[in-house]
Ligand binder design. Structure first.
Ligand code: PLP
Length: 341
């Protein structure tokens, strides 16, 4: 099977498994796991932040960040397709008791004027708006990369209004690989940054949240409250460290493969794909020649997995698919469309 459903489907490599098996461990709730401590230090260096805390998932780092920045009854501003609003099971409402004010965007990117339009006067009728969230790269936006100028403007507008800014950088590594802008440059504009090791980097588990020492101390309390205080977590942190050391530098290959797939698809009648929108490792294409779900079902029977939603298919490249797999996937889509003409 060529599995293009997500970059989360990768399996740890033998070398990564070895690093995990050999990890030195301790009880991380007592901050005694040397491998977790090393990973958290490494993340602070990469992101240029004072402190970081390791958690099992990107959902948890996002939701802990929201809880840490807010109190129940507050309001947060995010784009309508952002993961922490759209895909995290109502976490902001259930776990933080906050209201979400959403900005509709085509590809996950908004501007300072969008934030300013949602600001409220300080008056007893209104919730207190506390936080703006940005996702870079943007998953539902098709792996879109936030321009640095847009980040600067949005976070400045937030700061001027007394709001904090959180970055969901589950795929920040991909943004940096695509633009050459270091992760710490992106991170410098935000009060908190969440990163994932289990997406393009190929680790089986793990995310980290970074910010000031004070912010992370408060976040640790919510991590514990949400059930994310892990014990000998060095076993999984070792996979994340291995991924940072060995897989970050190869993300460009995934981006090239995504482009190769998109180029193959543009030549097919019954498919619409805008090559300008292929910025990182996510390829979204519209299927006009048949139902998108049928295309995915039939391609699956021929060995290619991808996800359909309405008339659109999402295919994601990653560590476990090579160029030959992509060429085969293109052939499978070509054949499937031809048989349904
Ligand atoms: C942008 C983004 N943020 C957060 C997450 C959540 O990560 P996890 O699946 O580790 O909870 C995902 C998952 O795909 C994501 O794409």
């Amino acid at each position: 099977m060529i599995d293009l459903r997500s970059d989360t489907v990768t399996k740890p490599t033998p070398a990564m498994r070895q690093a995990m098996a050999n990890a030195e461990v301790g009880d991380d709730v007592y901050a005694e796991d040397p491998t977790v401590n090393a990973l958290e230090r490494r993340v602070t260096e990469i992101l240029g932040k004072e402190a970081a805390v390791f958690m099992p998932t990107g959902t948890m780092t996002n939701q802990v960040a929201i809880r840490t920045h807010t109190e129940p009854g507050d309001e947060i501003i995010l784009d309508a397709g952002t993961h922490s609003y759209f895909f995290e099971s109502g976490g902001p409402a259930a776990l933080s008791g906050v209201m979400c004010r959403c900005i509709p965007t085509p590809r996950g990117i908004f501007c300072a004027a969008d934030v300013k339009a949602l600001l409220r006067p300080r008056n007893e009728h209104f919730p207190h708006t506390k936080l703006v969230c940005v996702e870079n790269t943007h998953n539902l936006g098709g792996g879109s990369v936030w321009p640095l100028d847009a980040i600067r403007e949005v976070t400045e507008a937030a700061r001027e209004a007394g709001l904090k800014a959180h970055l969901d950088g589950a795929r920040l590594w991909n943004a940096s690989a695509a633009t050459g802008i270091p992760e710490r440059e992106y991170a410098s504009h935000f009060d908190s940054v969440s990163v994932c090791f289990s997406k393009g980097l190929g680790a089986p588990v793990g995310s980290a949240l970074a910010g000031t020492k004070e912010f992370i101390a408060r976040a640790r309390r919510f991590r514990k409250m949400f059930g994310g205080g892990m014990r000998q977590a060095g076993i999984i942190a070792a996979g994340a460290l291995y991924a940072l050391d060995n897989h970050r530098s190869r993300l460009k290959e995934d981006h090239e493969n995504a482009r190769l797939l998109a180029q193959g698809l543009t030549e097919m009648p019954g498919i619409e794909v805008d090559l300008r929108h292929i910025e990182t490792n996510i390829v979204k294409f519209r299927v006009t020649g048949m139902a998108a779900q049928k295309l995915c079902d039939e391609a699956r029977a021929r060995g290619v997995l991808a996800l359909a939603r309405n008339d659109t298919v999402r295919a994601v490249t990653h560590l476990d698919v090579g160029t030959a797999d992509i060429l085969k996937a293109v052939e499978v889509y070509r054949m499937t469309l031809a048989r349904n003409k």
